[in-house]
Design a binder for this molecule. Structure first.
Ligand code: GA4
Length: 329
């Protein structure tokens, strides 16, 4: 049994599964319809950089339509999926993550969200009627972007930052450099043996952007790392969203909020499908600690543009700490 501090909404209760992974049945849960949401969001970001959102207002149909389009997409033969354009960085990818040698038990589709999907070749792989894929994608992204902005506004209010859209306006900007990712983790046959070791689906990393919004089907595998370095499994919940603080938000809060390290373990029997929206700022945006959050403390980071940070991100391996290059010594 691992003991954790009392969280925003409930006491973490942890059990160990047969492989010794700590399973947390309680993570901070934020009900967006409740008046105390803003304070609970701040508390969850202070403690974990991670929380689950319920009563989020994203229509169930928007989620299920995109999910079924994604299932159709991933069920095509590899050669067909590759015709949609291989990742560079956008497009279809299989096992290779990024450009620097990271591998995982995963296939994915990585897309820009600037509402111009010309980069996507409208191949029949996107379904009998490829337009349906784009409509589902657009509906989902609109709803999830709006929810992300609501969360960021509540966060700013909770932090007493003015104006309250200081974070959300970066995502609403036409030039916002946000990214969307569909990840499919097929069942991994190697894991079916009773003595099999864990296998990495998507290796440990932090997300570089401001905020990440994850939704998955009901297959487990997602884990977060606590401040003491222990990994805990997050029980899946297909009707909720999971929110991660990204590196840029860590910098803007001068290290107060933590960009949470996370990873996905492959499953021997069930497919996992996840959809992640990474809310990022425009390329020219300057990222630096907000003076109102410094309160006499020294700035921990040098100012950089999102463009500069992205260059560092794409030159790095998944598990690297990318912010060290921007820390003040
Ligand atoms: C992690 C978060 C997002 O999935 C992503 C990833 C990106 C990629 O898949 O191309 C990176 C990774 C992510 C960080 C380090 C580099 C770049 C893979 C990788 C090895 C789209 C992102 O923005 O950064």
């Amino acid at each position: 049994m691992v003991l954790l501090s009392k969280t925003t909404t409930e006491q973490y209760s942890c059990t160990r599964n047969c492989k010794g992974t700590t399973f947390a049945s309680g993570i901070p849960i934020i009900d967006l319809s409740k008046p105390d949401a803003k304070n609970l969001i701040v508390k969850a970001c202070d403690e974990f950089g991670f929380f689950k959102v319920i009563n989020h207002g994203v229509p169930v149909e928007a989620i299920s339509k995109l999910e079924s389009e994604a299932i159709k997409f991933f069920s095509f033969p590899l050669s067909e999926k590759e015709k949609t354009g291989t990742r560079n960085p956008f497009g279809y990818g299989n096992k290779r993550i990024g450009q620097n040698g990271d591998m995982g038990w995963v296939e994915y589709l990585l897309l820009t969200t600037n509402r111009d999907y010309n980069s996507l070749r409208l191949s029949p792989v996107y379904g009998q009627n490829p337009e349906n894929f784009l409509i589902a994608l657009n509906d989902y992204l609109t709803a999830v972007r709006n929810m992300s902005c609501e969360i960021l506004d509540l966060m700013a209010e909770g932090l007493k930052i003015q104006p309250k859209n200081l974070f959300s306006k970066l995502l609403m900007d036409k030039q916002s450099d946000s990214v969307f990712r569909l990840n499919h983790y097929p069942p991994c046959p190697e894991l079916q043996a009773s003595n099999a070791e864990d296998k990495i689906g998507f290796g440990e990393h932090t997300d570089p952007q401001i905020i990440s919004v994850l939704r998955s089907n009901n297959t487990s595998g997602f884990q977060i790392s606590l401040r003491d370095g222990k990994w805990i499994s997050v029980p899946p919940d297909h009707s909720s969203f999971f929110i991660n603080v990204g590196d840029s938000l860590q910098v803007m809060t001068n290290g107060r909020f933590r960009s949470v390290k996370h990873r996905v373990l492959a499953n021997g029997f069930k497919s996992r499908l996840s959809m992640i929206f990474f809310g990022g700022p425009p390329l020219s945006e300057k990222i630096a600690p907000l003076p109102s959050l410094m309160k006499g403390k020294e700035s921990l980071y040098k100012e950089f543009t999102w463009f500069e940070y992205k260059k560092t991100v794409y030159a790095s391996r998944l598990a690297d700490n990318r912010l060290v290059h921007f820390e003040r010594i």
